[in-house]
Design a protein around this ligand. Structure first.
Ligand code: ZN
Length: 165
């Protein structure tokens, strides 16, 4: 197959709980100040997990859970930046680059808008692209369902890859 573009989709969710069950709320590598955080084996960064799966999915590579299984102690408490960096390394080695990433974060609180610029910069650095090529949207659950009740964070992401520079 000879094509110069590939698209990938990623999804992730984590249950949110007060400490000590929930850890600090980390999204896109940033620590957000909040009273509840993800219950997870790693740092529970749902944004990085969804984007990592989108990047890996674009090239039909093994997904996050297969490459970095939560049954493996070496990934316990590790920063999810490591997972995304490794995914980026894999696509670069195969001759691909990220063109752009678009993600939607479903989170009741805190609102993401104050963090949006910093989030895009942080994600752009990890993806090795310009911040203009990264979009992150926050959505509330309108008070309904587990997102609306503040006990779940969900992230949907798509990544477009292109071949060459
Ligand atoms: Zn996750």
């Amino acid at each position: 197959m000879n094509c110069s573009f590939r698209i990938g989709h990623g999804y992730d969710c984590h249950r949110l709980a007060p400490p000590p069950e929930g850890g600090p709320l980390v999204l896109g590598g940033l620590h957000l100040n909040h009273t509840v955080g993800p219950v997870a084996h790693s740092d529970g960064d749902a944004l990085l997990h969804a984007v990592t799966d989108a990047v890996l999915g674009a090239l039909a590579l093994d997904d996050l859970g297969t490459q970095f299984p939560d049954s493996d102690e070496q990934w316990s408490g590790v920063s999810s930046k490591v997972f995304l960096s490794r995914a980026i390394q894999q696509i670069h080695e195969a001759g691909w680059r990220v063109a752009n990433v678009d993600a939607t974060v479903l989170l009741e609180r805190p609102r993401l808008s104050p963090y949006r610029t910093e989030l895009r910069q942080e994600m752009a650095q990890l993806l090795n692209i310009e911040p203009e090529c990264v979009n992150i949207k926050g959505k509330s659950g309108e008070g309904l369902g587990p997102v609306g009740e503040g006990v779940l964070v969900e992230v949907h992401a798509v990544a477009l890859l292109h071949k060459g520079d």
